[in-house]
Design a protein around this ligand. Structure first.
Ligand SMILES: [Zn+2]
Length: 355
């Protein structure tokens, strides 16, 4: 089987290090690949990237995918030169230690590892416990505090040194599919729509949002700025096709089964119906998911923007969310781009009046 070809735009986004509040590298990738296709391009004070196509179009459709990722932020350096940190986003503390990390500093990347006391040095009770944040540190090989602080500053951020690798055909692993895939999908959708702009009634605004992992903050400000009639957020969703995942509790979704189309109070029924219709028209596989609450995605902020926005949510099935080794089938990513292109092209002038 020939190796699956990963689009350069997606590969670069996955490589870019962009913990919440420190998204500069991902912004640069989005700028490079999306700005040339857009009719207008802007950013706001939170660092959102806002690309507009067909600015006089009607209705206004906002597509949002967050480009921030989990990280660690350096909070304290002890006398021996070990760095202590707080977590950016929802980490599983049981998987932080024993990792190679890269710290982004003013002078460039600094390599380190996350350390904790070895199992041999723990008593029986300690071995059963998940370490607390202050029981893990980052070791950059510093001789002492002054040496460490000559290379790293308080407030610098670190990410796991886990790059994208394909493990079987189109199935890949990376540290931050959540949610570089979503930022890629909304950007790539705009790039493809730009090639067939004549068929487009809607104004399409694709936003790579910031600070989703710490409270959908970029989506909040960008939705206000864009002021859309209709919006679709793109994020990752839990694939439940692995061991120890009870379908009775978590539903049934799988890798390679196509984009997950969400339904529930956060989702406008007409947007949901149109997304389903677009998937069926294309003949691509898709999956259904129900969520009775405001979702933990940008859709939550966008729906409540200004006077309310008819919002949908499409998710890429993903295993091992918020760990250094998330797993995704990249075919689902491509299908999601096709789905959003079809959805956008299907919108007609005045579509939204009674949504
Ligand atoms: Zn996340």
């Amino acid at each position: 089987m020939p190796a699956y070809r990963v689009p350069a735009f997606l590969a670069e986004l996955l490589h870019a290090r962009s913990p919440s509040g420190y998204e500069a590298e991902a912004q640069a990738v989005f700028d490079h690949h999306v700005k040339p296709a857009a009719d207008a391009y802007a950013n706001d004070a939170l660092g959102n990237r806002i690309a507009t196509l067909n600015p006089k179009g009607d209705p206004v459709l906002m597509l949002a995918g967050h480009m921030d990722e989990l990280g660690l932020i350096v909070t304290y350096v002890n006398n021996h030169g070990y760095l202590y940190f707080d977590t950016i986003g929802g980490h599983d503390l049981s998987v932080i230690s024993g990792r190679r990390v890269i710290i982004q500093t003013a002078a460039g990347p600094v390599k380190g590892v996350t350390g904790k006391r070895a199992i041999h040095l723990m008593d029986e009770e300690d071995r059963k416990k998940v370490p607390k944040k202050h029981e893990i540190w980052i070791d950059i090989g510093a001789r002492d505090k002054a040496d460490a602080l000559s290379r790293v500053s308080i407030g610098d951020v670190a990410t796991y040194d886990h790059e994208l690798e394909l493990i079987n055909g189109s199935i890949g692993t990376a540290r931050a599919f959540d949610n570089k895939v979503g930022a890629y999908i909304v950007g790539e959708t705009l790039v493809r729509l730009a090639r067939e702009k004549k068929k487009l009634a809607a104004k399409v605004v694709s936003v790579a949002t910031t600070q989703e992992e710490i409270g959908v903050r970029g989506a909040t400000t960008s939705a206000y700025l864009v002021n859309p009639h209709i919006a679709v957020a793109v994020d990752v969703g839990h694939a439940t096709d692995h061991p120890d995942c009870d379908n009775r509790k978590f539903g049934e979704t799988k890798l390679g089964g196509g984009p997950i189309i969400c339904r529930g109070a956060n989702i406008n029924p007409k947007v949901h119906a149109r997304l389903l219709a677009a998937a069926k028209k294309l003949g691509i596989p898709f999956q259904n998911e129900a969520d009775p609450r405001p979702t933990g995605t940008d859709a939550r902020a966008i729906q409540m923007g200004r006077g309310g926005v008819a919002t949908g949510l499409v998710s890429i099935p993903l295993r091992y969310m918020h760990t250094p080794s998330e797993v995704v089938d990249l075919q689902d990513v491509e299908r999601c781009v096709q789905l959003l292109v079809e959805f956008a092209k299907g919108l007609e002038k005045g579509d939204y009046a009674h949504w």
